[in-house]
Design a protein around this ligand. Structure first.
Ligand SMILES: Cc1ncc(COP(=O)(O)O)c(C=O)c1O
Length: 428
């Protein structure tokens, strides 16, 4: 790829591809904005680096804006260079919080089976993604995992509504099994990203989870690295259910890919307790880097100015309808699911039985290749069928796409589904 503009990528041979997944669900405001390039030049000339214990004007502006964005009460921030560092920081903060309260035995983090929280050892320990863990299982922390809320493949074979929300109850059971006095935190993606292909929970799930965490004094961490900053048609996905976590983790869309940055927003009372106890929370060299702060502040301003969260909600509904029209009945379509501009399609070999494709066929990757040949870039997700594998694709375009481009994604997908289906039948 040689260059990019808006939602389009251009190869060095002059081909034009529609980026229907915003890179790794990152480029929310689209690429190539001159305003951000000018700002970057000015910021570098004004203040290029600052020891993270000091405050730059750019950081001050960003914090003031973030306070307006994050759920009320989450108004203390720590900045990192990306999502993994931010998850790592969230986990470390939860451990620290319990330690200053004299509960150093709370060292475990409960998380979910279909999840990805990052590439560092702590974040990977919390991740359930089998493939990404595989080569490091021997060194990862042995932390408890529960299944996510995932009706299409409910492990309890229940049907919603009418079930007992066994998926949320699983947290209560894991806490009972391991002992609340040994659990520091519960971390989950509000909607599963690349480990599931956009799996939204049932609406009572997050409120129930929050209640369980409160009851046992377990720190609730919402990993919004993928879902945050407008992606699901709300500023943060937890707003869909009116839930306020203790810590919210952000990255990706925070700077829209213009510079690397991640963050955590933390409950003020919890930070104060740690401060009063004189606890130290070491910074990263590039924490609150002035350039990253300046860009993040302006990216959020652009989202506000161009009403992109509302736009993501409206256009996303249209995208969902177009996908349903184009491939809702396709023999390879298991389920189409999503919110805002965050959509996933689970691929199956047999719709009726919901049978995943054999893993060795690499169905998602084959589909990606076919779509790419037709000019549309998608993101793969895999592993949602557990031992049996599972394939899905993610469609999460930049918020700047037009109605015509939404239709182009759907019609191209239809063609890519047809050719992939034929190809897979041939190899099955
Ligand atoms: C939900 C979630 N958390 C954390 C991460 C890790 O972020 P990064 O790759 O920026 O370190 C990712 C990356 O895809 C993610 O999707």
């Amino acid at each position: 790829m040689a260059r990019a503009e808006g939602a389009w990528l251009y190869t060095s041979e002059g081909r034009k591809l529609l980026d229907a997944c915003s890179g790794a669900i990152v480029v929310n405001v689209g690429q190539g904005r001159r305003e951000l390039a000018d700002l970057a030049r000015d910021q570098i000339m004004e203040l290029d680096y600052l020891l993270p214990v000091w405050v730059s004007p750019a950081r001050q502006r960003l914090v003031q804006r973030l306070v307006q964005w994050t759920p009320s009460g989450l108004d203390r921030f720590f900045f990192t260079s990306g999502g993994s560092e931010a998850v790592e920081s969230a986990i470390k903060f939860a451990l620290l919080y319990h330690r200053v309260r004299g509960r150093a035995a709370r060292t475990r983090v409960i998380s979910r089976e279909l999840s990805y929280h990052g590439n560092t050892l702590g974040a990977l320990s919390a991740s359930g993604n089998r493939t990404r863990r595989a080569d490091f299982e021997h060194v990862l922390f042995d932390w408890p995992k529960i299944p996510p809320s995932y009706c299409y493949r409910c492990p309890w074979a229940r049907r919603y509504p009418g079930c007992d929300l066994e998926c949320a109850q699983a947290l209560e059971e894991a806490i009972a099994q391991h002992g609340a006095d040994r659990i520091a935190a519960f971390i989950a993606e509000p909607m599963v990203g690349a480990s599931g292909g956009v799996i939204a929970p049932v609406s009572e799930y997050w409120p129930r989870i929050a209640k369980i965490c409160r009851r046992h004094d377990i720190v609730l961490i919402a990993d919004e690295v993928m879902t945050g900053f407008g992606r699901t048609g709300k500023r943060f996905a937890v707003e869909h259910w009116g839930v306020t976590p203790d810590i919210l983790v952000g990255g990706k869309g925070l700077t829209g890919g213009y510079v690397p940055m991640g963050m955590i927003a933390v409950n003020n009372r919890m930070v104060q307790e740690c401060e009063e106890a004189g606890a130290d929370f070491m910074f990263f060299t590039y924490s609150a880097h002035p350039l990253a702060c300046a860009i993040a502040d302006r990216v959020l301003e652009i989202i506000e100015r161009e009403k992109m969260v509302e736009h993501a909600a409206e256009l996303g509904a249209r995208l969902g309808a177009c996908l349903e029209d184009a491939i809702g009945q396709h023999p390879m379509t298991g389920e189409i699911r999503g919110a805002g501009l965050f959509w996933g399609i689970e691929l199956v070999a047999d719709r009726g039985r919901r049978t995943p494709f054999p893993a060795n066929l690499h169905a998602a990757r084959t589909l990606l290749r076919h779509a790419m040949e037709l000019g549309v870039v998608l993101y793969p997700a895999s592993g949602m069928a557990g031992e049996r594998g599972g394939d899905a694709i993610m469609i999460a375009p930049p918020f700047v796409i037009s109605d015509a481009e939404v239709e182009l994604i759907a019609t191209t997908l239809r063609r890519a589904f047809d050719s992939t289906w034929q190809n897979l039948q041939h190899h099955a």
